[in-house]
Design a protein around this ligand. Structure first.
Ligand code: SF4
Ligand code: SF4
Length: 122
């Protein structure tokens, strides 16, 4: 499969995974991280009204304007990841493995095809 088709497949699978398990639980303009910070139970990095999309060039008033594969497969905190079922982690790991060479932090599809690198790359 060529890289563009592979990207589309992985983005679709990653979107389904996040819809199914919903780790961020965004509701009324707030995500799980924001709620926990308010409750004082958050151990991660600080809050911002735009969640982890803070200061991203692709963020618009209507949300993310691109297909960002790395963002789709990423959860911001080990705390949240630990709470997700094993099934999620296995599927996430499998997709990350397949996405090697297509992952760019805060990157569009075009960025992935141009600059893609191994998981963990920014
Ligand atoms: S990954 Fe982003 S949207 Fe999801 S809980 Fe963390 S900060 Fe919120
Ligand atoms: S590229 Fe990632 S960080 Fe940027 S707006 Fe889209 S989802 Fe948020």
């Amino acid at each position: 499969m060529d890289r563009s088709l592979m990207f589309d497949y992985l983005y679709s699978e990653a979107s389904k995974l996040m819809e199914e398990y919903d780790p961020c639980k965004i509701k009324d303009g707030e995500c799980e991280r924001g709620r926990r910070i308010k409750k004082g139970t958050w151990r991660g990095w600080a809050a911002h009204e735009n969640f982890c999309c803070y200061d991203c060039k692709y963020l618009t008033d209507n949300g993310c304007s691109v297909q960002a594969l790395w963002c789709k497969l990423w959860v911001c905190s080990p705390d949240l990841e630990e709470e997700l079922p094993l099934d999620f982690k296995i599927k996430q790991r499998d997709l990350l493995e397949k996405a090697k060479g297509l992952l760019v932090g805060r990157g569009s599809k075009e960025d992935s095809l141009k600059y893609g690198e191994a998981p963990g790359g920014k």
